[in-house]
Design a protein. Structure first.
Lengths: 300, 193
C-alpha cells in the first residue's frame, strides 16, 4: 500500500468512457421505447414510484386554488349560479327530446335490422397537470388502469372531443390532445355526411382534414363530428368546425383547416368514454395474394 | 451531518478540505460538503421540476441546474450515473421517450465535468456564460431525439429561452447551494489562523 501509486489522479473510469457508456445506454433505451414498446413495465414501475411525490407536489397549487375559490365574491358565485341554472333548463328540454329520439331510433334500427350502435360507459376525470413537454401537448388525468381506463379511450369535455388516452398507469393516464401532430380521428361532415380523417394540424391548435379531393364539397363553417368508423370513438361527437379551405390548382387534395370545438387548453374536468363493445378486429396483415388462392394456383 | 471541527481519537483536529473559491474577490476556504446536503438538494430540485408548471413559459429546468452545479463543484460525488438516473425519472414524469432526458442529462453532466476546473476560475456571473451552452446542449439533445423519432412540433425552439433563464439563475443557485459550506467555522478567538 505504501509503495503503490499515489491516489492523487486516480479517478476511476475516465469521463469519456462513462459518457460513451451512458449515452449508448440512453440511445438504446430510446430506440427500444420508440420502436418496440417493450419498456412499459419499467415505465409503470417508475411511474408508481413517482406517483405519491407527484400528488404531494400538486398540493400547493390545489391549496392556492382552493383559497382563491374560498375568497370568491358572492357576486361572482350568484352570476355563475344563474348561468348554470339557465343552461340546465335549456338542456332539460333537449334532454327530454333526446330520450324520446333515442328510444325511437333504437326501435327503428331494430326494425331495419341494423347493428346496435356501440354504447359507451363514461367516467368523469380531473386533469392533474400538463407535463412540461415543449414537443407534444398532453394532459395527465387522475384515473388509470385500476379504474378500467385503457389506451385508446376517447376523452371529451362538455363541448366535444378533447383527445385520446395514450398511456395508462395504475392510477394515472396520459391523454394526447386532438391537435397533436400524430393524432388522427375519423370524422364526417355533418352537412353532407362526407367521411374523412382529421389529423393534428401543422398550425398549433388546429386540425387538418387530409386526403380530401380538391373539389370535395366542404366549406368554411361546416360542423365536423366523429364518424365512429374506427370503433374507438362513438359516432356523432362534435370535433370542430371547418375554418378555412384552400384549393390549390396544382395540388390533388384540398387543404382544410378545422378548429376544434373543445377547449384543449383550459380544462380541468373531462370525461373518458369506455366503449362497451369490443373494437373491430384489426385488418389481417397477411399477404393479400393469399386471399385469392385460385388466381395464385392458376398463375403457377 | 458531521459538525466541524472533527476530533480524532488522539485529539488532533482533522485537516480541512481546502476547496477555495478561486477568482473571487473574497477568497474563502470552504467547509467540506455534506453528501446528505448534495442529495437533498438534488431531490429538492427534482421536486421543483415535478411541480405542475404545465406550459408556463420561461420556467427553467431546476434539476439540470442542480446537476450542473454539483458536477462542477463535486465531480467525484455526482457524476454521469446520477444524471442518467435522474433523467429516467424525468422521462417518466414528462411522459417523454424513455432515455430522452437521460441522454440530455448525461451530455450535460459530461460537459460540466469536462469544464469544471475552468469554470471555477471565473467569478460567478461569468460562470453563467459557461452554463448557458451546457443547458442549451441538453435541450437541443432532447429536441434532436424528438425530431429523429418524428414527434416534435414546429415551434419547439421557443423552449430554448428556458436555458437562458437557467443561466441567469446560476449565481443564485451557486449562492444557495454553497451557503452551507460558507458557514463560519465555530468561532475560536484563541486559534492563530
Amino acid at each position: 500500500m505504501e509503495y503503490g501509486p499515489p491516489p492523487l489522479f486516480n479517478q476511476g473510469v475516465s469521463a469519456r468512457a462513462r459518457l460513451a457508456f451512458f449515452s449508448f445506454l440512453a440511445v438504446l433505451l430510446i430506440i427500444i421505447d420508440a420502436r418496440v414498446n417493450a419498456l412499459d413495465t419499467i415505465r409503470i414501475g417508475v411511474g408508481v414510484m413517482l406517483y405519491y411525490p407527484q400528488r404531494a407536489l400538486l398540493w400547493p397549487r390545489d391549496a392556492l386554488e382552493g383559497a382563491g375559490r374560498y375568497l370568491a365574491t358572492v357576486g361572482s358565485l350568484t352570476r355563475e349560479n344563474s348561468r348554470l341554472r339557465e343552461s340546465a333548463t335549456e338542456r332539460a328540454a333537449q334532454l327530454l327530446q333526446d330520450e324520446q329520439l333515442r328510444t325511437e331510433n333504437a326501435r327503428l334500427r331494430q326494425l331495419a335490422g341494423l347493428r346496435e350502435r356501440t354504447g359507451a360507459k363514461s367516467q368523469a376525470v380531473q386533469v392533474l397537470y400538463e407535463p412540461r413537454d415543449r414537443f407534444t401537448h398532453r394532459l395527465v388525468i387522475d384515473r388509470g388502469s385500476s379504474d378500467g381506463l385503457r389506451a385508446g379511450n376517447p376523452v371529451i369535455d362538455e363541448q366535444g372531443v378533447v383527445g385520446q388516452v395514450t398511456r395508462v398507469f395504475p392510477m394515472m393516464a396520459e391523454v394526447t390532445v386532438l391537435t397533436e401532430r400524430d393524432q388522427s380521428i375519423p370524422v364526417e361532415v355533418v352537412r353532407n355526411g362526407l367521411r374523412c380523417v382529421a389529423f393534428g394540424g401543422s398550425e398549433p391548435g388546429t386540425l387538418e382534414l387530409r386526403y380530401l379531393a380538391a373539389n370535395a364539397d366542404v366549406s368554411s363553417g361546416d360542423a365536423v363530428v366523429t364518424s365512429g368508423l374506427d370503433g374507438l370513438y362513438p359516432a356523432g361527437l362534435p370535433v370542430g368546425t371547418i375554418g378555412r379551405v384552400e384549393r390549390d390548382v396544382k395540388d390533388q387534395f384540398a387543404r382544410v383547416i378545422v378548429h376544434p370545438t373543445a377547449s384543449v387548453d383550459a380544462n380541468t374536468a373531462l370525461v373518458v368514454l369506455q366503449l362497451t363493445a369490443a373494437p373491430l378486429p384489426a385488418p389481417s396483415r397477411e399477404d393479400p395474394r393469399n386471399e385469392h388462392p385460385g388466381r395464385r394456383s392458376a398463375r403457377r | 451531518m458531521k459538525l466541524w471541527p472533527l476530533r480524532r481519537a488522539n485529539g488532533d483536529v482533522a485537516a480541512p478540505v481546502a476547496a477555495v473559491t478561486r477568482g473571487q474577490p473574497h477568497k474563502q476556504v470552504l467547509r467540506p460538503v455534506s453528501p446528505v446536503f448534495i442529495w437533498t438538494s438534488l431531490a429538492a430540485s427534482l421536486a421543483l421540476d415535478l411541480l405542475p408548471w404545465g406550459r408556463t413559459p420561461l420556467v427553467p429546468d431546476f434539476l439540470a441546474l442542480a446537476l450542473v452545479f454539483w458536477n462542477v463543484h463535486q465531480p467525484r460525488r455526482v457524476g454521469m450515473g446520477a444524471a442518467f438516473l435522474f433523467g429516467l425519472l424525468m422521462d417518466v414524469h414528462d411522459g417523454a421517450l424513455f432515455g430522452e432526458h437521460a441522454l440530455a442529462y448525461t451530455l450535460l453532466s459530461y460537459g460540466a465535468i469536462a469544464l469544471h476546473r475552468r469554470i471555477q476560475w471565473f467569478p460567478v456571473t461569468s460562470q453563467s456564460l459557461y452554463v448557458l451552452p451546457l443547458l442549451l446542449l441538453a435541450q437541443i439533445a432532447s429536441a434532436a431525439v424528438r425530431l429523429w423519432v418524428g414527434s416534435a412540433s414546429n415551434n419547439w425552439w421557443i423552449g430554448l429561452t428556458e436555458s437562458a433563464v437557467g443561466a441567469l439563475l446560476w449565481p443564485l443557485v451557486t449562492w444557495i447551494l454553497l451557503a452551507p459550506q460558507r458557514r463560519p467555522i465555530s468561532r475560536d478567538e484563541t486559534r492563530p489562523l
